[in-house]
Design a protein around this ligand. Sequence first.
Ligand SMILES: NC(=O)c1ccc[n+]([C@@H]2O[C@H](COP(=O)([O-])OP(=O)(O)OC[C@H]3O[C@@H](n4cnc5c(N)ncnc54)[C@H](O)[C@@H]3O)[C@@H](O)[C@H]2O)c1
Length: 159
Amino acid sequence: MRVLLTGGAGNIGRVTLDRLLAAGHDVTVLDAAPLPEGLGAASIVADLTQPACLDDLPEAPAAVVHLAAIPNPFVATWDRVLAVNMPATFNVLRYAAEKGVPRVVFGSSESASGWGIHGKFYRPDYLPIDEKHRDLPSEVYSYTKAFGDQLCAGFSREH
Ligand SMILES: NC(=O)c1ccc[n+]([C@@H]2O[C@H](COP(=O)([O-])OP(=O)(O)OC[C@H]3O[C@@H](n4cnc5c(N)ncnc54)[C@H](O)[C@@H]3O)[C@@H](O)[C@H]2O)c1
C-alpha cells in the first residue's frame, strides 16, 4: 500500500522505512532532513509545523506513520519541543482526516505514560505498565507526546 512516513530520515524512521519497503509498500518519506538517495523511497523535505507542506503531496496514502518530532527534551529548547511536536502531530492528523486516510500510526513515547523521562514523584498505577496505562507526563517532551495521544484519540473518535 501507499504509505506516508514522517520522520523517515531519523533513527527509528530509517528502521521503519526498511521494514515497510521489505513488506512491499510504496513509501514516501516526509522529513525536515533529506533522505539519502537510493533507499527506494520518495523523499519530500518539508517542515510539518507548516500545514501547507501536506497540500503538495501528489496522492493521499492508505496509511500514515507519523514519527517526525523532536525526540526528547535535551536536544532542543523547551519552546522548540512545544513548537514542533504539537503542531506537527495536529497537522498530520488533520491532513489524514481531510483526505480520508483510514489509518495513522503515531510514534508516541513511553515518556507520555510517565516512564522513561519522568518526574521526581513518578509512581505508576500498576506494573508492568502497558499501553492502557493513563498518561502521566511530567516534562515538556512528555507533555507533547501525551498531547499527541489525546489528539489521536480525538481524531479517531471524530473520523
Ligand atoms: N528514540 C527513542 O528512544 C524514542 C522513544 C520513544 C518515542 N520516540 C519517538 O519516535 C520518533 C522518532 O524518534 P527518533 O529517535 O528516530 O528521532 P530522530 O531525531 O532520529 O528522528 C526524528 C525525525 O523527525 C524529523 N523532524 C523533526 N522536526 C520535524 C519537522 N518540523 N518536520 C518534519 N520532520 C521533522 C527529523 O529531521 C528527524 O529525521 C519520535 O516521534 C520520538 O518522539 C523515540
